[in-house]
Design a protein around this ligand. Structure first.
Ligand SMILES: [Zn+2]
Length: 256
């Protein structure tokens, strides 16, 4: 009896400690992602069990937005195969709601160890942006958050997401950077480095930098190799790139 009592006490203590640690870690790490867990009880309209429309979106737009999400999933399917991650998605047309949910006016992806949460803002309601964010979610799902943070440089994560984002400034044929400028982005492997300075150019350089590294037919398998313990260096930098397009080597443009 005494042993059982002690066991129960110990179990409660472990549970409370784990819960507190998770809460503290979560709050510190991604409070907005944590908030996504309460989306189902917010009373928002739903497209399905994971996709929510904020109160500012009129019910008449449900079909249109549902089709946008479907088209974005289809785009990823066409390039890499069907995605399997199921991120939370909240779509809003209100800049303030975007900010409340920790996003900019286009879109942001919040990360938690067990899920991702995509906030689509007023300027992000298109296939390009939604496919971009969904690919971030898919990469995390395939690699796992801890391996992603340890192995995947931010420039690679962004460059990969841009491979399904066909906005004109990010199309390889419109990016006229020198080889040196493209290579430089590969030093920006931390968030604070990538998202400072000329951020748009960092995105563009990252789009070019991933061209010789990502093979469409084995991209998911390559990500899963990282999940299994192989390094980014081994998996992506040792790919046979001989048959892939070379970087777009052009004179450096003067950008002011
Ligand atoms: Zn991105």
């Amino acid at each position: 009896m005494k042993t059982k009592k002690r066991f129960n006490k110990k179990r409660t203590l472990v549970f409370v400690t784990t819960y507190l640690l998770f809460s503290l870690f979560g709050a510190f790490f991604q409070r907005h992602a944590l908030a996504c867990e309460v989306l189902p009880v917010m009373g928002y309209q739903q497209i399905n069990s994971k996709v929510f429309l904020a109160q500012d979106i009129s019910p008449e737009r449900t079909n249109e937005l549902s089709q946008l999400v479907d088209s974005a999933i289809q785009r990823i399917t066409d390039v890499y195969g069907a995605p399997i991650s199921k991120p939370w998605i909240l779509i809003t047309s209100d800049a303030r709601t975007s900010t409340t949910w920790g996003a900019n006016e286009t879109a942001s992806t919040h990360r938690m160890p067990w899920c991702t949460c995509i906030i689509v803002g007023p300027h992000g309601q298109n296939v390009d942006v939604i496919a971009h964010e969904l690919l971030h979610a898919e990469i995390q799902h395939r690699v796992g958050l801890w391996r992603l943070l340890k192995e995947i440089p931010v420039w690679f994560d962004e460059g990969a997401a841009l491979t399904v984002d066909y906005r004109k400034p990010f199309l390889p044929e419109t990016i006229k950077f020198s080889h040196e400028k493209i290579i430089k982005v590969e030093r920006l492997d931390r968030y604070k480095d990538f998202f400072s300075g000329n951020i748009r150019e960092n995105y563009q350089a990252s789009r070019m930098a991933v061209i010789p590294l990502i093979r469409e037919d084995s991209f998911y398998k390559d990500l899963e190799r990282i999940a299994s313990g192989e390094t980014f260096q081994t998996v992506f930098l040792n790919n046979d790139t001989s048959k892939l397009p070379k970087y777009n080597v052009m004179p450096e443009m003067n950008t002011q």
